[in-house]
Write a protein that binds this ligand. Structure first.
Ligand code: OOG
Ligand code: MG
Length: 262
């Protein structure tokens, strides 16, 4: 750790205020070039504590930058991990209010719901599949608090990996007998298909992203509790949205899920 406890608390308050006021900021490493990984996750933890103090509940976790398309789009080279709270969740077919956000983008994802605890180190795809209750189609709405979505990995980790909103579909699929690598997805914006992909785009297998999350949490003395929702990461590049847009994600065997941006 290179930053003081006070600096970490101040950075968390700053990013939390940016979320609440839908206002952007230069990336925080501009002023704190010495910030290391531990500092970055400490800022994320401090944001989580602020949300919990205001009554939010942790409903799950997210892995991000798990596909080459996303890594290329954001010019970075390793996955990052964040948390999801209940207030980020939207109903399928519901409205997402863009006035509450800075510059939202949508990502097509495969979401996992766990039935037993997952604990690293040593977590692998097999353990994730054994602990998975079902998978479901998910759209993540990301909204980096950094100006023009320009960041480095440590800044994005501190900003809870741009987490803002998410919606999951209502047609669960059991993983038994399903090859998650070849699950096809189509993302539509206003009735037009704008991005396509398959599960293998995410670290070769979406369950690998969940295993990486469990190993990341394990290194910090945490685990993924049973009943968690986990977004395994955008399969394609993120797509910018604006008021009036309708977004639908179709996933093979899992029906569709949609959001309206107002
Ligand atoms: C970071 C979050 C990326 C994903 O699924 O890859 C992410 C960002 O691109 O702002 O959630
Ligand atoms: Mg995502």
């Amino acid at each position: 750790m290179n930053l003081s406890t006070d600096t970490i608390a101040a950075l968390a308050a700053h990013l939390d205020d940016c979320v609440r006021e839908a206002r952007d900021t230069p990336k925080i490493t501009d002023d704190h070039p010495g910030m290391d990984w531990e500092d970055a996750y400490a800022v994320q933890d401090a944001i989580r504590d602020r949300l919990l103090e205001r009554g939010a509940r942790i409903v799950g976790y997210k892995a991000g930058l798990t596909s080459h398309a996303k890594m290329r789009q954001m010019s970075v080279d390793t996955p990052v991990f964040g948390f999801l709270v209940d207030s980020y969740g939207l109903p399928d077919g519901g409205e997402c209010r863009t006035a509450e956000l800075i510059h939202p983008k949508v990502e097509p994802e495969i979401a996992f719901v766990t039935k037993t605890e997952l604990k690293g180190p040593g977590c692998h795809i097999g353990a994730v599949l054994a602990a998975t209750d079902f998978i479901v189609a998910g759209i993540e709405v990301i909204d980096s608090r950094y100006r023009d979505f320009k960041f480095d990995l440590k800044s994005v980790v501190a900003d809870n990996t741009s987490a803002a909103r998410f919606v999951v579909g209502s047609q669960p699929l059991a993983v038994e007998g399903v090859d998650l690598r070849t699950l096809g997805i189509v993302l539509e914006k206003n009735g037009r298909a704008v991005a396509f992909g398959a599960g293998a785009a995410v670290l070769g297998h979406p369950a690998a992203a969940v295993a990486a999350l469990a190993n990341h949490l394990g290194a910090r003395g945490e685990s993924i509790p049973a009943g968690s929702l986990i977004l395994s990461g955008g399969i394609t590049e993120a797509v910018a949205v604006e008021p009036g847009d309708n977004v639908t994600l179709r996933v093979q065997g899992m029906g569709s899920v949609s959001l309206r941006f107002i």
